[in-house]
Design a protein around this ligand. Structure first.
Ligand SMILES: *[C@@H]1O[C@H](CO)[C@@H](O)[C@H](O)[C@H]1NC(C)=O
Ligand SMILES: *[C@@H]1O[C@H](CO)[C@@H](O)[C@H](O)[C@H]1NC(C)=O
Ligand SMILES: *[C@@H]1O[C@H](CO)[C@@H](O)[C@H](O)[C@H]1NC(C)=O
Ligand SMILES: *[C@@H]1O[C@H](CO)[C@@H](O)[C@H](O)[C@H]1NC(C)=O
Ligand SMILES: *[C@@H]1O[C@H](CO)[C@@H](O)[C@H](O)[C@H]1NC(C)=O
Length: 483
């Protein structure tokens, strides 16, 4: 009897194996008590529209411990809470790293973690940045105790190319077991050298003992101008997979170039105005879980938001081969791109033909309909075949400032199942009270989990413009699995 029903079950399973799975959302609402309070809202650069303040999240390879990093609501000091993954409740220890101004990325190990943060260097130190502007650093802890701290900019770091600081920590930290390296990709402002006073980005590598390594063809002191969005994911060797959104009209897969030159892979044309590029990778407090590597695979998936591109014109500042674009739409749409390896886009690159009317015919739209505005796009993988793309929507947006975000009533977080071939599968799940506000992590059993704050999420007003001020001492988690 038992054997017979088992074989029936097995043949039923074999029959459905050819069919695509669907998504199942499970939430853990207010399960984690925070020891310190957290302000879940961060004002966007220029518009001050609300963004979720990123809470970096990571799970150890042995699956025993999850880590959640959050900035103290005082604005100084990052706390890293250790968690039990099955329940997302606290387990010891809680680590507080004083003087850090933002939690900018987190890597989990079996007995500890590494955090990307930024902290001021005393102005009495030779070549320190002016007025206590913070400098990015990686902090490595094991069993709750700091092992090392390594600055990845500031005094003595690529001094010949100009010194860098990070007034806002926008970027990401990854670790490669194969390369035995941490990689950090982050937005910088230079305070000496040719780029003094300008915004750009930097890619730095640090080994397991905390030594900053300068790797030819991988480390970069200055890459994409006015980068307002970073996507970064580990690879088996440096250079790691990297994407930047620059202020001249494009998003580049710049793994091989680390910059914005046209020998990189042009993923898309974007309308850029006054240094802004549509907050393609989330803008301020974004730059996480936009690029993910399929399990046991060399392939990657990238998700972003775009207004599309029409009427390509010559970009005379950049020179021959470079273009600028006007936007096709008012609101932004979610898009995805697939890469067969860290340097190779699966389908056509974006056009660089001056005079072309269509500058976005290569884009694989995840939300094709025009009218709504999409923001806060992220991607994470379930396994070697399926991935999740998420974004937030405003059904009736006002997009008052060109190439920035839009305002209006929030109409839900969307969760769309996609596959490695670039197909969308089924309709998205829409939730009006679950958000993505921290790193989306794939657990060993193929479930994707991320942190968020259970709150009334509003996108209709700027921060300081009438939104209630919020701090919280609770954290919630969302998990998506395939069924
Ligand atoms: C995977 O593991 C997590 C954490 O233990 C658990 O919450 C989740 O239910 C598991 N998913 C499946 C599909 O078993
Ligand atoms: C740290 O790593 C570097 C590069 O691999 C090596 O030269 C150095 O000796 C190591 N230092 C320690 C203390 O292990
Ligand atoms: C961006 O698009 C607007 C039209 O919406 C256009 O006027 C502007 O020139 C575009 N920017 C660039 C750099 O082409
Ligand atoms: C990845 O490879 C490991 C080791 O071969 C295997 O145990 C695991 O099931 C694979 N995972 C997927 C999603 O293919
Ligand atoms: C281009 O985007 C801006 C907002 O950034 C918007 O005001 C304008 O209407 C858009 N253009 C088109 C053709 O939709």
């Amino acid at each position: 009897m038992a054997a017979r029903s088992l074989s029936l079950l097995l043949s039923a399973a074999a029959l459905v194996a050819a069919t695509d799975p669907s998504l199942k959302l499970k939430t853990f609402v207010d399960v984690l008590d925070l020891e310190y309070s957290f302000d879940p809202v961060k004002a966007a650069y220029w518009t001050a529209l609300p963004h979720h303040r990123r809470t970096p999240f990571a799970v150890s390879p042995d699956g025993q411990t999850a880590y959640l990093a959050y900035l103290d609501s005082s604005g100084t000091g990052v706390h890293v809470q250790h968690l039990h993954p099955p329940t997302m409740t606290a387990k010891g220890p809680l680590v507080s790293i004083p003087n850090v101004y933002e939690a900018g990325g987190l890597v989990a190990h079996d007995h500890g973690f590494a955090l990307l943060g930024n902290e001021p260097i005393a102005t009495t130190v030779a070549n320190a940045p002016p007025s206590g502007t913070p400098v990015p650093a990686i902090y490595r802890y094991a069993n709750g105790v700091q092992q090392w701290k390594t600055f990845v900019a500031g005094p003595g770091v690529h001094a010949d190319d100009g010194l860098s600081m990070a007034p806002d920590m926008n970027g990401d930290l990854v670790w490669s077991d194969e390369a035995e390296l941490y990689g950090a990709y982050f937005v910088v402002t230079d305070y000496s050298g040719d780029a003094d006073g300008h915004f750009g980005d930097s890619i730095e590598y640090v080994n397991d003992n905390g030594t900053l390594e300068t790797i030819t063809g991988a480390s970069s002191s200055w890459g994409c101008s006015h980068n307002t969005g970073i996507a970064f994911e580990a690879a088996d060797a440096a250079p790691f997979a990297s994407i930047c959104a620059e202020d001249q009209g494009a998003i580049w897969l710049n793994t091989a170039t680390q910059g914005m030159t046209d020998n990189g892979v042009k993923i898309s044309n974007e309308n850029t105005t006054n240094g802004a590029g549509g907050e393609a990778m989330g803008g301020m407090s974004g730059s996480y879980s936009s690029l993910a590597r399929f399990v046991n695979s060399t392939s990657y998936i990238f998700a972003w938001v775009s207004r599309g591109a029409v009427d390509l014109t010559a970009n005379t500042w950049m020179g021959d081969g470079y273009t600028s674009a006007s936007n096709r739409t008012n609101g932004r749409r979610t898009a995805m791109a697939l890469f067969s390896d860290k340097e190779t886009k699966v389908s056509a690159q974006a056009s660089s033909v001056v005079g072309a009317v269509d500058g976005d015919s290569q884009v694989n739209w995840v939300s094709p309909s025009i009218g709504a505005d999409r923001s806060n796009a992220h991607a994470a993988v379930f396994d070697d075949e399926y991935a999740l793309v998420t974004w937030e929507e405003i059904a009736q947006p006002s997009c008052d400032i060109i190439a920035f975000g839009c305002s209006g009533a929030f109409t839900g977080t969307h969760f769309q199942l996609v596959n490695v071939a670039g197909d969308t599968i089924g309709e998205p799940i829409v939730s009006e009270n679950t958000y993505v506000a921290g790193d989306m992590v794939t657990l060993a059993n193929g479930t994707i989990c991320w942190p968020y704050v259970n709150m009334d999420w509003r996108l209709d007003l700027p921060v300081g413009g009438g939104l209630p001020e919020t701090t919280t001492k609770k954290m919630s988690f969302g998990c998506m699995s395939l069924v």
